[in-house]
Ligand binder design. Structure first.
Ligand SMILES: [Fe+2]
Ligand SMILES: [Fe+2]
Length: 195
């Protein structure tokens, strides 16, 4: 699937508002990809498809994960907000002909993150949080930070998301916590090395 096809596909699957968000995420993801020397087309494709399963019902998402348990990453046991990324990656792989593992990974983990995130994973995660229409307190700070240091930006973004989830008394996805702990350890080790 090329970028034009992906754009048409999501145009047909998403509300105007979410389509607009998707185009903004693409723009931000491409900007970050350029900054960090990551393949811009991969960033654009992952961004275009990241929310492609967001407007289907939970029952439909559950059915998609049950039909492909080997691709569902235990999704059913995880908090429902992460389902749409997992389902989008499954649909992209099984129905839309996306074969690039890096792109599929970035789509699947865009809501919660995961341990061992690639630069592309981080870029799509951050682009989703800092796209043009986002206006949560602190978003401008994140926009600056993500152009300076991908890992420090990920820490800030994961902390923000995790705190928000916990403040709402919602369950925290274990992947999200694992992603935070891993990047925190890396950043700390880097700081220790730099003295
Ligand atoms: Fe999403
Ligand atoms: Fe999104």
């Amino acid at each position: 699937m090329n970028l034009k096809q992906a754009k048409e596909l999501v145009r047909g699957r998403l509300s105007d508002k979410r389509y607009e968000h998707t185009l903004n995420v693409r723009k931000m993801a491409v900007k970050l990809a350029k900054r960090y020397g990551v393949d811009e087309d991969k960033a654009a494709l992952a961004a275009l498809l990241h929310d492609s399963a967001k407007e289907i019902s939970k029952d439909e998402m559950r059915a998609i994960m049950r039909a492909h348990p080997e691709l569902a990453e235990g999704g059913e046991e995880r908090p429902t907000p992460v389902w749409h990324g997992i389902c989008a990656a499954i649909l992209a792989r099984t129905e839309w002909g996306v074969e690039d593992e890096a792109v599929l990974s970035a789509i699947a983990c865009h809501t919660a993150g995961k341990p061992g995130m690639s630069r592309l994973d981080k870029i799509v995660y951050l682009a989703d949080m800092s796209s043009k229409e986002r206006d949560w307190p602190g978003v401008n700070k994140l926009r600056k930070l993500e152009l300076k240091d991908l890992d420090l930006a990920m820490l800030a973004a994961l902390r923000q998301t995790n705190d928000f989830v916990l403040s709402q008394d919602k369950p925290l996805d274990p992947m999200s916590k694992a992603a935070y702990d891993e990047i925190k350890a890396e950043v700390d080790a880097r700081a220790a090395k730099a003295g």
